[in-house]
Design a protein around this ligand. Structure first.
Ligand SMILES: *Cc1c(COP(=O)(O)O)cnc(C)c1O
Length: 222
């Protein structure tokens, strides 16, 4: 990554890298690059929208509510992805604002989202987040709980698009990506939201359909 290039130039570079990795797959499929814009200002994001990029990620409902209604205006085709933990009491707001929710990780949240979707008559795609490294403080459902949570989500008519995970930091991510891909296959799910700035090419090689990239586009967060 060249640190003196613009976010739009870095986006073009990441897009090329993703295409190169995707082409090495036995059966290439499209990969969505989610530009993660948490902590970034409207002025930093606007050039990517002007360059035609249409998939963005935020990790907090409130921050997204303050930035995106204005940024989105006139761009009805922008898709907003929630990539951070969601409190059940913010389910209504999340369903109203986001087109996909990548952090569905517990029964109480499935219940809250199902109620919010029924009320709003709007059904954002849902990814079940798995605590793939069995880390104490991390979000995501334990692997052992995944079958029951999936059954609950499907019964509640959440549109389950796939699985999402954030592997443990500072260790090789590939084995965790491979495990998430296997879990998705076992449960008949096509979507795989995995890979961030440091490891998105590896994730795509292992089958990611959605990569979530912040730092590699905008530089380090403050
Ligand atoms: C912040 C964040 C990202 C992007 O991380 P970078 O390392 O900046 O690319 C991806 N996924 C989640 C869940 C995040 O919170």
């Amino acid at each position: 990554m060249n640190s003196d290039t613009s976010p739009a130039a870095r986006l073009a570079d990441a897009t090329t890298r993703i295409a190169r990795a995707a082409a090495l797959r036995p059966a290439p499929h499209p990969v969505t690059l989610i530009a993660v814009t948490k902590t970034r200002s409207a002025d930093e994001i606007a050039p990517l929208i002007a360059a035609g990029h249409r998939a963005y990620g935020e990790n907090r409902v409130q921050e997204a509510e303050s930035k995106w209604p204005a940024l989105r205006e006139g761009h009805g085709d922008i898709a907003l992805h929630l990539v951070g933990q969601l409190q059940s009491n913010k389910a209504d707001a999340a369903v109203a604002l986001f087109d996909a929710i990548h952090s569905v990780d517990r029964p109480s949240l499935v219940t809250a989202l199902a109620r919010a979707m029924d009320k709003a008559d709007r059904r954002p795609d849902c990814f079940i987040q798995v605590n793939i490294g069995a880390e104490e403080q991390k979000g995501g459902c334990p692997i052992a709980d995944l079958p029951a949570l999936l059954t609950q989500a499907r019964t509640a008519e959440l549109p389950v698009a796939g699985l999402m995970a954030v592997p443990p930091a500072s260790v090789e991510a590939a084995p965790y990506f491979a495990l998430l891909a296997k879990l998705a296959r076992d449960h008949g799910l096509a979507g795989l939201s995995m890979g961030m700035s440091e490891d998105y090419e590896t994730a795509v090689l292992i089958g990611a359909t959605h990569v979530r990239i912040g730092t590699a586009l905008f530089g380090p967060r403050a």
